[in-house]
Design a protein around this ligand. Structure first.
Ligand SMILES: Cc1cc2nc3c(=O)[nH]c(=O)nc-3n(C[C@H](O)[C@H](O)[C@H](O)COP(=O)(O)OP(=O)(O)OC[C@H]3O[C@@H](n4cnc5c(N)ncnc54)[C@H](O)[C@@H]3O)c2cc1C
Length: 466
């Protein structure tokens, strides 16, 4: 098994010519900090809306080398978050975001088609399954919320037999199916976007970490080193989990956790045997989710969203690539699909997840509203980052349109505790959640302490789950 920092997808997508770092001083209308999906979509939408605008993008490493190029590739619509959003913002605003997220998946599909980007976009739908009696009907609220707004086709309740017809596993019970969801090859999407940005005239500098973003007359200056800077009227800060670093804009609004993925060798015969040939992406219904998808050559990618919590913004050592999590993920994958037998696991990797207290992405204006920072996708950024990029484009172009008015912009702040209390508390709660959900899987009651601790976030107003 190959344990790589960047994962299989970037390897499969093939090498790209690295872009030079920033040297000297530049001027632009917009400077984008961060070359993940959020920053790149923001740059893309700005160029679509105002093709003559000068856009410079500064990336600390290489575009797409972060979570954007190594995620599970679930390209989801946010209908499963409708109950959470409705509770926070009311029905109309929640519906507007859910519909915008639906438009985002369609937008990614048309981007791939129109721009000739082969990112393996496939609308196979998202299947949420129950794997324990305690999780049966975990989707009922989302189902009811969609029905109440007359969106009856967006999520369907499936019996155990209907779930088995899509993918048969001894662990699966009933489920819910969201037909609009898709999968992508995440690195192909990121690198395709990078190539199309270059073709559209965006200047991209790689290995150009922004060390300081400061106000200057008429705008902002992003500095990467002595004598190396970009002066622009506006800025987008889209640095993922790094937004939790000390002095970074969203440091009080994020938790950084980790997720790991293992990948099998091609097993197309096994996929035929278990009936999983429709390209569905699948999760169980725990808070610390197991997620699965297939690839065109018949591999299974299996991930677990319950990795360790970072102290501050950076995952260190075991949290970044955690051998215990990888071993546990492999054994769980074999429990889901016993006929995998001795088939090989070829790759394993991990990466940071930027979690917001509401589990919804947030866009925050920086003082003076000349710059905006976005993060907090909580493991659901592939589809929504297209929507967030569109919103950022409206904000930096000062278009006061329906995108700029969506309630993920400048939401009432919900703070996480300061370090080290945040890390200590977060790790204790994570461990309690792991114990509670393991007990639920074996149809046991959790020990009382884990039961109480694991529900603490909800008691203090933080969202757990979808
Ligand atoms: C293992 C894993 C599995 C996942 N699975 C899924 C999934 O299946 N579906 C889904 O929807 N989401 C998934 N996610 C989450 C998803 O990948 C993210 O939500 C999404 O990629 C966020 O994009 P982003 O552009 O905001 O951040 P990132 O991809 O983190 O990009 C931020 C970029 O900013 C750069 N940067 C940081 N600091 C600086 C600086 N100072 N100067 C310049 N650049 C800087 C970084 O190098 C990075 O390239 C997963 C994540 C992981 C780790």
């Amino acid at each position: 098994m190959k344990h790589t920092r960047h994962g299989y997808w970037l390897e499969e997508a093939g090498d790209v010519e690295p872009l030079p770092g920033l040297d000297g001083e530049r001027r632009a209308d917009l400077v984008v900090v961060g070359g993940g999906y959020t920053g790149m979509w923001a740059a893309w939408h700005v160029k679509q809306l105002e093709p003559d605008s000068r856009v410079v993008l500064l990336e600390a490493d290489a575009c797409g080398n972060g979570p954007s190029g190594r995620n599970g590739g679930f390209c989801n619509v946010m209908w499963f978050s409708l109950p959470n959003m409705r509770e926070r913002w009311g029905e109309a605003a929640a519906l507007a975001v859910a519909r915008a997220s639906q438009g985002a998946v369609a937008g990614i599909e048309s981007f791939c088609e129109e721009q000739g980007v082969d990112a393996w976009f496939r609308r196979g739908g998202y299947l949420q399954v129950s794997t324990a009696p305690a999780h049966d009907g975990a989707w009922d609220e989302a189902l009811a919320a969609c029905r109440e707004v007359s969106e009856t086709e967006l999520v369907r309740d499936l019996s155990a037999a209907e779930v088995a017809a899509r993918c048969s596993s001894p662990a699966f019970r009933g489920g819910a199916f969201y037909p609009d969801a898709a999968t992508v090859q995440p690195a192909r999407l990121a690198l395709g976007l990078r190539a199309r940005l270059l073709a559209a005239g965006v200047e991209i500098y790689e290995r150009s970490a922004v060390r300081r973003l400061c106000r200057v007359p008429g705008g902002l200056e992003a500095q990467t080193g002595p004598g190396c800077s970009v002066r622009a009227r506006t800025a987008v800060v889209a640095i993922g989990g790094a937004a939790k670093a000390p002095h970074a804009p969203l440091r009080n609004s994020l938790t950084v956790t980790s997720s790991h993925i293992v990948l099998t060798e091609p097993v197309p015969d096994l996929l035929e045997e278990i009936g999983w040939t429709g390209g569905e992406c699948i999760t169980d219904s725990r808070s610390l989710i197991d997620y699965f998808r297939t690839t065109p050559d018949g591999r299974i990618a299996f991930g677990w969203g319950g990795g360790r919590i970072a102290m501050g913004a950076r995952l260190h050592g075991r949290a970044e690539v955690d051998p215990d999590v990888v071993t546990a993920a492999i054994s769980r994958l074999r429990e889901y699909f016993p006929s995998l037998g001795g088939r090989r696991i070829t790759h394993a990797w991990g990466g940071p997840i930027d979690v917001s207290p509401t589990h919804l992405p947030i866009i925050v204006p920086l003082p003076g509203r000349a710059a905006f920072s976005a993060a907090g996708y909580t493991g659901n950024g592939v589809g929504p980052s297209h929507m967030v990029g569109r919103i950022l484009a409206s904000l930096v172009l000062d278009r006061r349109d329906e995108h700029a008015r969506l309630p993920i912009v400048d939401p009432s702040p919900q703070r996480v505790p300061p370090e080290p209390f945040h890390w200590l508390g977060g790790e204790a709660i994570r461990a309690a959640l792991v114990r509670r959900e393991e007990a639920e899987l074996s149809a046991r009651d959790p020990d009382p302490l884990s039961g109480v601790l694991s529900r603490l976030p909800e008691l203090i107003g933080f969202h757990i789950g979808r």
